[in-house]
Ligand binder design. Structure first.
Ligand code: CMC
Length: 439
């Protein structure tokens, strides 16, 4: 394969004052083109200004390709539709982390490593039980993922060559324990005694067991529920340079090891415009239901620019077509609701919102379709997962993506620390005034 990004024979010409600057064009494997401005500041003193980075390529990456206009999502070249149909979360995690689908032997070793790591150190479990009962599980997860590194001083040293040599072990620790920590965060909040992972169960069935079993009664895992959870994790496993992944890469670029890097990813994911949207969807539905609205007033408010209301679970920064993950998850959503025989008034409102928004010119003109979080929120609610845990589930799913992006940074020779510039718009220089003279 040729080295990418390939330099195109075309250039861009930028006219600045009376000078013409020639800027090379770089081309990726899917023919997306970028203007290479790496020498712009040195040559002109100017920087580019792109608030929110919507037009900025911050790195080269081989992990995930998205074409938001066409609704395409591929992990390592494989379409999300094919992976959703034929693969599992753990196999897809291997693909993301190592770049290729595993052989049977590789997959079995990977699964065995994950299983071996499913317990957390008793000290960490006790520390976790010390969080106040009203702590948000995302805060607990991010804190405990960082703390987890303290129990593995040899895996997270911030010495790049060493950390890379130990990478397989660290990746397995994180893939496995993120699930155990998430379940413990939930149980501790509910004041429930811990249950321990079971060797015979697959990744998602074990998670459901860790969440819902009691020491004296095992939770009966319905295969369609385990499949739905597996699909949610697989569909969230990576999404190229989103807010949390860029955060992981940013932290990693300074030389930090995997534990603090993914812990920072959890913090970034928490916001309602990013991973917190699945929680926000259910809160929105509850608010609509409590107010006696059937959804029509809420839709009207979401279109009204004088009101700060958004239809949560609709729209996407990248997809200006249907989110391909939403199509897949919608089908599974229908199956789970049928199997569990759920008859929830919130779900009826959700279906009404979906139908209205898909046919309303405001949403159509702005390409605002339901995104993956709209349906994943509904499935998670139907399974009985508490709303505060929804973003935690997203974080478990995104773990292989974060790990693969950390690896990409760590393996890049001459990796630069990420350090954006700014356009300063604050005060110009002024003299310090003594406190008695301030009004
Ligand atoms: N409800 C009502 N109007 C909306 C919505 C919405 N959910 N999303 C965008 N708009 C309008 C917005 O007001 C603007 O209208 P106008 O052009 O008249 O000013 C137009 O659509 C474009 O909005 P934008 O904010 O420029 O779009 P963006 O690409 O920057 O924002 C978004 C993307 C996801 C932040 C936004 O659509 C949103 O807030 N959605 C709700 C939150 C949500 O579901 N987030 C989860 C995203 S998927 C998870 C992930 O991958 O992280």
């Amino acid at each position: 394969m040729a080295a990418y990004p390939a330099m195109s024979t075309k250039n861009a010409i930028l006219k600045l004052d009376d000078k013409e600057i020639v800027l090379p064009i770089v081309v990726g494997t899917e023919q997306e083109c970028g203007i290479d401005v790496r020498k712009l500041r040195d040559e002109t003193g100017y920087i580019t200004f792109d608030d929110g980075y919507a037009n900025t390529g911050a790195c080269e990456s081989k992990v995930t390709f998205i074409d938001g206009e066409k609704g395409i999502l591929r992990y390592r070249g494989y379409s999300i539709e094919e992976l959703a149909e034929k693969s599992t979360f753990i196999e897809t995690a291997y693909l993301l982390i190592y770049g290729e689908l595993p052989t049977a032997a590789q997959l079995s070793t990977f699964k065995a490593r994950i299983l071996d790591n499913s317990q957390v150190h008793e000290g960490l479990r006790i520390a976790l039980s010390g969080f106040p009962g009203n702590a948000h599980p995302m805060a607990v997860l991010s804190a405990t993922l960082n703390t987890l590194g303290c129990y593995y001083p040899d895996l997270g040293t911030n010495e790049r060559t060493h950390d890379l040599a130990k990478f397989d072990a660290t990746a397995a620790v994180l893939m496995s324990k993120v699930r155990t920590l998430a379940a413990l965060a939930h149980r501790s909040k509910e004041g429930e005694p811990p249950v321990y992972p079971k060797p015979g169960l697959d990744y998602c069935s074990n998670f459901l067991h860790l969440l819902f079993s009691q020491p004296n009664a095992d939770y009966a895992v319905h295969p369609e529920v385990a499949r739905a959870l597996d699909l949610i994790l697989l569909l969230h496993a990576d999404h190229e340079q989103n807010c949390s992944t860029s955060t992981v890469r940013m932290v990693a670029s300074g030389g930090a090891n995997l534990f603090p890097s993914v812990s920072a990813g959890v913090c970034a994911l928490w916001g309602p415009l990013h991973g917190g949207a699945n929680q926000a969807v259910i809160e929105m539905l509850e608010e609509i239901h409590a107010s006696g609205d059937d959804g029509s007033k809420f839709i009207a408010d979401a279109k009204d620019k004088t009101k700060q209301v958004r239809l949560m679970g609709f729209g996407h920064r990248v997809y200006k077509n249907y989110d391909p993950r939403a199509k897949i998850i919608k089908a599974q959503c229908d199956k789970v609701l049928k199997v569990l025989g759920i008859n929830d008034p919130l779900l009826a409102i959700a279906m009404r919102l979906e139908d209205a928004a898909l046919n309303d010119p405001y949403f159509k003109q702005r390409n605002l379709y339901p995104n993956v979080d709209f349906y994943s929120g509904i499935i998670l609610k139907a399974i009985g997962i508490p709303t505060e845990m929804f973003t935690v589930i997203f974080a478990i799913g995104r773990m292989p993506g974060w790990i693969s992006h950390w690896k990409e940074i760590a393996e890049t020779p001459k990796q630069k620390i990420h350090r954006p510039r700014q356009i300063y718009v604050g005060n110009t220089e002024r003299a310090y005034s003594p406190i008695a003279q301030r009004s």
